[in-house]
Design a protein around this ligand. Structure first.
Ligand code: SF4
Length: 339
């Protein structure tokens, strides 16, 4: 590892000043420190944020939640209100990494984690994301885990976060602060598609810090699920994942949220599918049609083409499960909750 400067920020104004001067923020360090060891990341100075008062989860008026950027992933997954109001988020968090990593990783760091494309970490490989203009070794190499939606000829890497997929489905807002002030951006707009600048991954300005994530009150999220398809049962990134919430009344979809992971360079809001589902009968046929429409623009390559069919199957399976749960709940409501 190369030598670097280290500042432990005692308060937010100091942290913002140091970041504005070029320092890289350090939260749990579970991704950044790994990449520094491999010399993929070479920051001159790190500013440690862990003394800042950004580790609380607060209820917002109206039923939403404000989650500090330094809340640890494990703590967020276990929070009573997250589990009851946003089960999709708790499930997404618990499906990621390992218990040890979830105890260290922060919400802000999770959103800004770098791709797990193996060529990105291999300094001997061509990688436009690591070194713009060098090429993309994944295109002619191992690309089973790469994206099928939203890619470009310059980069086909998939976004690695599970948590971010759930946040996008929940219409979460990220709060960004800098010495110039604060702004709020939908998580769905935080990450960029690669285009011809795959090294620019987010809309975060160099002097901005993520200080919080806000979840709006979302009644439909009480019936929500995260399903992750991966090569082994734990400590593996998603081949495909689905975050979904569904409300059904009298057999018709009255509200739906759907986002996909493992298939695009950013958490992918399935807006096309949502549009087709809203007002449609809550049937297998509707679910299949919506999933097929969302995946229609997908571009598969020899090793990752399987993701297109797999994603559609995963979407249908999750929606079917949620629709069954809603039907049971409706029946229970109709009988006054009697079993
Ligand atoms: Fe680099 Fe992206 Fe190509 Fe992977 S897919 S080698 S991250 S440019």
């Amino acid at each position: 590892m190369r030598p670097f400067g280290y500042v432990s920020a005692p308060d937010l104004p100091t942290a913002l000043d140091v970041v504005a001067a070029g320092a890289r923020p350090l939260g749990g360090g579970t991704n950044l420190v790994d990449l520094m060891r491999e010399e993929v990341e070479r920051p001159e100075t790190l500013v440690d944020l862990t003394r800042l008062p950004l580790a609380d989860i607060e209820e917002l008026p109206g039923g939403g939640l404000r989650i500090g950027a330094l809340v640890r992933n494990g703590h967020l997954a276990a929070h009573r209100l997250v589990r009851s109001r946003y089960p999709v988020l708790a499930q997404a968090l618990l499906s990621g990494a390992s218990g040890q990593l979830r105890s260290m990783a922060t919400v802000g760091g999770n959103l800004l984690q770098r791709t797990r494309c193996p060529y990105f970490r291999d300094l001997s490989a061509d990688c436009n994301k690591r070194e713009p203009g060098t090429g993309c070794a994944a295109l002619g190499g191992v690309h089973r885990a790469t994206a099928v939606l939203g890619t470009s000829e310059h980069c086909i890497a998939a976004h690695a976060s599970d948590m971010a997929v759930a946040l996008v489905a929940l219409d979460a807002i990220v709060v960004l602060e800098s010495v110039r002030g604060a702004r709020r951006v939908p998580v769905a707009q935080l990450h960029r598609l690669p285009g011809d600048t795959p090294h620019v991954e987010t809309d975060l300005a160099p002097d901005e810090l993520i200080t919080a994530v806000e979840l709006p009150a979302t009644p439909v999220a009480r019936t929500s699920r995260y399903r992750k398809v991966r090569d082994r049962a734990s400590f593996a990134f998603a081949l495909v994942s689905v975050a979904a919430a569904l409300e059904v009344r009298d057999g018709e979809v009255t509200d739906v949220r759907l986002a996909l992971g493992g298939v695009a360079p950013r958490p992918w809001r399935a807006s096309e599918a949502e549009g087709l589902l809203l007002g449609a009968p809550a049937t297998e046929e509707s679910f299949r049609r919506a999933a097929a429409a969302e995946l229609a623009p997908a571009v598969g390559r020899p090793q990752n083409e399987f993701k297109i069919e797999l994603t559609q199957r995963a979407v249908v399976a999750v929606l079917r499960q949620l629709a069954t749960e809603r039907s049971s709940a409706e029946r229970a409501e109709g009988t006054g909750g009697a079993a």
